[in-house]
Design a protein around this ligand. Sequence first.
Ligand code: GLN
Length: 281
Amino acid sequence: MEIFTDIKRSSEALESIYSKSEIRQIFRVFWEEKVGVSKARSILNTWESIPNENLIDWKQFIEQLLLGVPYQYALGFCYFCGHRIFVDQRVLIPRPETEELVHYILDKIPESGTGLDFGTGSGAIAIALKSKRQKWTFHAVDVSEGACTIAKHNARINEVQVELHCLDALKDDFHELPNLDLIVSNPPYIPQIHHSTMDALVVDHEPRIALFVPDDDPFVFYRRIAEVASIKLNAGGLVAVEIHYDGAKGVVDCFSSPIFTNVEIKTDINGHERFVFARKC
Ligand code: GLN
């Protein structure tokens, strides 16, 4: 088959969903990393000897993309802070902003300690932190059994140890966890009201439970994080959370004195207020 013609046709069909450069990048990752076509061949577009089964994979991949499935789910993985992270529709696809959160945290924490990733999803944050701070112990919680299974799998394939606890962080207590030096979280934070204006790639495929919060209680997760921190976080310990771009004030209010100090808002690469940090007094 003229795979090159097929690639060209598929690429054109996908232009209603992705930009040309995104399509090039997605196809490159498919051929180089999923199929294992070497860079040189992929660049030279010399496709003649691609085995039949790979062409079937390719067809299925394109079909999924045309259905609007995010390419990370169609590939079955994405990269986060250089780590290959398995993703499917049970977990949120880790975002570049969340990589920024990890970098900020690495600048703020000492060589050793105990951390908790609250609502870990794919496990990306805990895995990235643990791999850079090997003397730390990391715990991660999530209410979704699917997410816990995926996070465990991701920790294993990335060869790091993360202690997974499948629990409802809003309701269950944290008595089985030790005292902590860090609580990090990228909790659900998008008010429901934004649902209708969001990209179909996100709302039709990513788990709602990981994205949305009630319009009348958008800070429910941050209040709970503050509560857990007030019990479990050691003095001087760090809270580091990702937030909705127009929610900074509400989140800051959750981390008030006399329990917290040094509350700080940081912007992401797009200039949006995206992270809040606080220290336990
Ligand atoms: N940052 C994600 C988005 O923009 C949302 C993540 C979240 O709700 N925690 O889609």
